[in-house]
Design a protein around this ligand. Structure first.
Ligand code: NAD
Ligand code: DAU
Length: 351
């Protein structure tokens, strides 16, 4: 089977390819990625030379390029990761999010509709986020029935893409599946996101910027568990359905940053206080969702998925990965990255 993986050079997409390309030599995996700032081909060094892997540079918002890819490979399965994924960037510049997340998803759906017609055995798997549900208060969980209430341009664009996917399922009988997952962490995550940003700043003795009072809560899942959940849904999910994926692992941001400092101190043979003294409360994110928490009962009961990684082992593995992969870290600290840090954090500093 030919599997088109969009956004396979980003964080989750590259973990997905590293996991499944070697396991399934009978399938051909085509990584279709625009190579934005968030992508890194170093992430794919382990699979780049495998005969069942191919890389195609291209933009999903460019329909002609999408058509070329469908003509060349006739994919039976599309696993759609490609997106602009960072909430703070969507606040500073929403246009790219509308283009990639909405128009890009629309283009892929159109290509499926035109190239697949009524052919059997095709599937469009849309990788989405729990952020489409908006914010929870102190209690409760998001289920697949929770109404959409996105807060940021990022989550609104993902919500729009989810609606398009469902609409193509209902209107054109396109075989679709959607998964909505909570916050991921693990190797190859671009250090604009909370966990890698804290690890890298701490190692450099830079401030650890915590938004507001650090009381917002996120449900963290190790990236391999997310990839396994997607694979399970692709293979066993009921067409047209949505499955929520979560870690049942809620952390207040401030507690998580303390935890990172503690594990980092153990791993580097220093005192946790050396890192904790860097914690700096900064101006909050506008529209900051208070709490995310996922109810994954449907995925667990119907399809038998269970996360394998504990947070204790997953966070240690992740911290070790960043410590042991300094060349990767250096490769992502480009001028663009430094510009982003200046743009996002200089105006947040209080006092
Ligand atoms: P990422 O930002 O690390 O990677 C995104 C990838 O998409 C990059 O390789 C980038 O080059 C590519 N891309 C961006 N625009 C493109 C375009 N126009 N055409 C082709 N490729 C393009 O993102 P991620 O964290 O790996 O997230 C992957 C998917 O999972 C996204 O759809 C995101 O919404 C979803 N998701 C992420 C998380 C999380 O915690 N990171 C949680 C739930 C869902
Ligand atoms: O829930 C799934 C979503 O998780 C995905 O859909 C998104 O693609 C992904 O980016 C992530 O969104 P978040 O906004 O939750 O992740 P982020 O790592 O940016 O922030 C996590 C929390 O930490 C959030 O409450 C904001 C806070 N934060 C973040 C940064 C970057 C800080 O306090 N300081 C920071 O510097």
């Amino acid at each position: 089977m030919n599997i088109l993986v969009t956004g396979g050079a980003g964080f989750i997409g590259s973990n997905f390819l590293n996991r499944f390309v070697p396991r399934f030599p009978e399938h051909k995996f085509i990584n279709f990625d625009a190579l934005t700032y968030a992508a890194n081909l170093m992430n794919l060094a382990k699979v780049a030379d495998r005969p069942n892997y191919a890389f195609e540079k291209g933009d999903i918002a460019d329909f002609d390029r999408v058509k070329e890819i469908f003509e060349k490979y006739d994919p039976e399965l599309v696993v759609h990761f490609a997106a602009e994924s960072h909430v703070d960037r969507s606040i500073v510049g929403p246009a790219a999010f509308i283009r990639t997340n909405i128009t890009g998803t629309f283009n892929l759906l159109e290509a499926c509709r035109h190239f697949w017609g009524k052919k059997e055995g095709r599937l469009f798997h849309h990788v989405s986020t729990d952020e489409v549900y908006g914010s929870l208060g102190a209690t409760g969980f998001f289920t697949e029935k929770t109404a959409y209430a996105p807060s940021s341009p990022y989550s609104a664009s993902k919500a729009a893409s989810d609606h398009l996917v469902r609409a193509y399922g209902r209107t054109y009988d396109l075989p679709v599946l959607i998964t909505n997952c909570s916050n991921n962490y693990g190797p190859y995550q671009f250090p604009e996101k909370l966990i890698p940003l804290m690890i890298i700043n701490a190692l450099e003795g830079k401030p650890l910027p915590v938004y507001g009072r650090g009381e917002n809560v996120r449900d963290w899942l190790y990236v391999d568990d997310h990839c396994d959940a997607i694979w399970t849904v692709i293979n066993k999910g009921r067409l047209g359905e949505t499955y929520n994926i979560g870690g049942n692992n809620e952390w207040r941001n401030i507690d998580l940053v303390h935890k990172i400092c503690e594990v980092l101190a153990e791993e580097t043979g220093t005192e946790p206080g050396e890192y904790k003294r860097l914690i700096t409360f900064v101006k909050d994110r506008p529209g900051h969702d208070l709490r995310y928490a996922i109810d994954s009962t449907k995925l667990k009961r119907e399809l038998g998925w269970q996360p394998q990684e504990t947070f204790e082992s997953g966070i240690r593995k992740t911290i070790r990965w960043y410590l042991e992969n300094q060349s990767w870290v250096e490769s992502v600290k480009s001028g663009d990255y430094r510009n982003w840090l200046a743009k996002n954090y200089d105006q947040r500093m209080i006092g």
